[in-house]
Design a protein around this ligand. Structure first.
Ligand code: ZN
Length: 439
């Protein structure tokens, strides 16, 4: 049977690669799960007469956004404990709630809520770190979203695994089960330097090398983390990670708000990737990631929301804007991280970091058709002098109209295709009652 062919006809296309380009009067041809052509509209009508035409008047078509760091299930903790420092927030609020509640059902329902929010905001891929990665993967497959699920390694007992050793056993089972899954893959996800043993990190380094997997790790999140490592190990966390074999191109280092010049050079030299979560860092007052400095040294920087418990939303359009604005403030330079570079931090940069750059992150022939269309014909975005500037500095997630993952529609006219919004809202309010009772 012939594959379905769609001709998407937006007002503008921002392919992201090449950087800074805006195409008008062009179509994107989607054949099956792939982008088959990007070509002038007239030519598209001639060359692809059988294609079903999808008119996207007044809309810009962009590659689906990639949320490089989140804890989906924590959406159920949204707004439960705010305005606190990281360790107080974790030790006195989040960890006790997780101990009591974070079972398989919690993770499935929390992840469903998060995926619904992400798809509605134009996010087509997320890199997750939470317990029950099998439940996260199963939910992602059901929702039709692309995901990299972290195999959590933590030296604390949880409902998912009783010990660090058990994390490895259970995590590797999940990795095996996901082999051959087209949209979902796995990465190692040691929680943080202070919650994983030296032996655990050595084992991760060896296994990630053998299996060609990424290592997704919270690192240098706060000054307190660095001080604690100096006291306990006599060295900064990044130096300890280097000693344990973790610092290389597989490392996805989340936060990185505490960095010296030498450390930034080391990250660049080793080809490490930095995952920047500006709103979480601002809310927890963790410090500032030196994004412009890292980019200048050649480090690949991507933007993620972190979990909704510390953000408190999973809005990638908003996060990209915060990243662009904050980078300028931190660098005291309005030219730092211009709009096209900020957009790359939510698309092609995380695709590279996750090792998926041959499949997603830009609108290019041969890549998977992970796409989002955003309305720019309203009052709030008039007049449209510069589409890329608007995407970063003016648009909002409420303007996302259609989303496709691997050529299949997952959001149509702002409505989710595979998930039931009503039942997700009901599930979430049941958790509100349960969590409120526990306090
Ligand atoms: Zn995090």
């Amino acid at each position: 049977m012939a594959e379905d062919v769609l001709a998407l006809l937006p007002k503008w296309i921002v392919p992201v690669e090449p950087a800074g380009v805006v195409l008008e009067d062009h179509a994107v041809i989607v054949q099956g799960d792939r982008i088959a052509a990007v070509l002038p509209t007239g030519q598209a009508r001639r060359d692809w007469p059988e294609a079903e035409q999808v008119m996207l008047d007044g809309q810009v078509l962009i590659p689906g956004l990639i949320n490089c760091h989140t804890h989906s299930a924590m959406s159920l903790f949204r707004g439960m404990a705010d305005d606190l420092p990281l360790m107080d927030w974790l030790q006195n609020h989040i960890w006790p709630a997780e101990q009591k509640w974070a079972d398989q059902t919690f993770v499935t329902e929390g992840t469903e809520l998060a995926i619904a929010e992400m798809l509605r905001g134009g996010t087509t891929c997320f890199n997750d770190l939470y317990f029950f990665p099998d439940a996260i993967a199963e939910t992602a497959v059901r929702a039709g979203i692309r995901a990299v699920v972290g195999l959590p390694i933590i030296n604390l007992p949880t409902a998912w695994a009783g010990s660090e050793a058990e994390c490895f056993d259970r995590g590797l089972e999940v990795a095996e089960a996901l082999a051959g899954e087209p949209l979902v893959s796995a990465a190692f996800a040691p929680h943080a330097p202070y919650t994983v043993t030296d032996e655990g990190f050595r084992r991760i380094a060896a296994l990630a090398g053998e299996r060609d997997m990424r290592i997704h790790l919270h690192l240098h999140e706060t000054a307190g983390e660095v001080e604690g490592s100096m006291t306990e190990h006599g060295m900064r966390p990044l130096a300890r990670m280097d000693k344990l074999g973790i610092v290389g191109p597989r490392l996805l280092a989340v936060h990185m708000t505490q960095l010296t010049g030498e450390e930034m050079d080391l990250l660049a030299e080793r080809g490490c990737h930095v995952f920047h979560c500006p709103e979480s860092n601002l809310k927890l007052a963790s410090g500032f990631c030196p994004v412009a400095e890292l980019e200048r040294r050649g480090v690949n920087v991507s933007v993620g929301t972190d979990g909704a418990a510390s953000n408190n939303d999973l809005d990638m359009i908003g996060e990209i804007r915060t990243a662009a604005l904050l980078a300028k403030g931190v660098a005291r330079d309005p030219e730092a991280v211009p709009a096209a570079r900020a957009l790359a931090m939510g698309t092609i940069n995380p695709a590279r970091a996750l090792g998926l750059e041959d499949r997603i992150g830009s609108i290019e022939v041969g890549k998977q058709a992970d796409l989002a269309s955003i309305r720019l014909d309203g009052l709030e975005t008039a007049p449209v002098h510069n589409v890329i500037s608007h995407l970063v500095y003016c648009a909002s997630r409420n303007l996302v109209e259609h989303v496709w993952v691997a050529g299949r529609p997952v959001l149509e006219n702002g409505r989710l295709c595979n998930l039931d919004e009503q039942s997700i809202k009901q599930q979430s309010s049941r958790w509100l009652d349960r969590l409120a009772e526990a306090r």
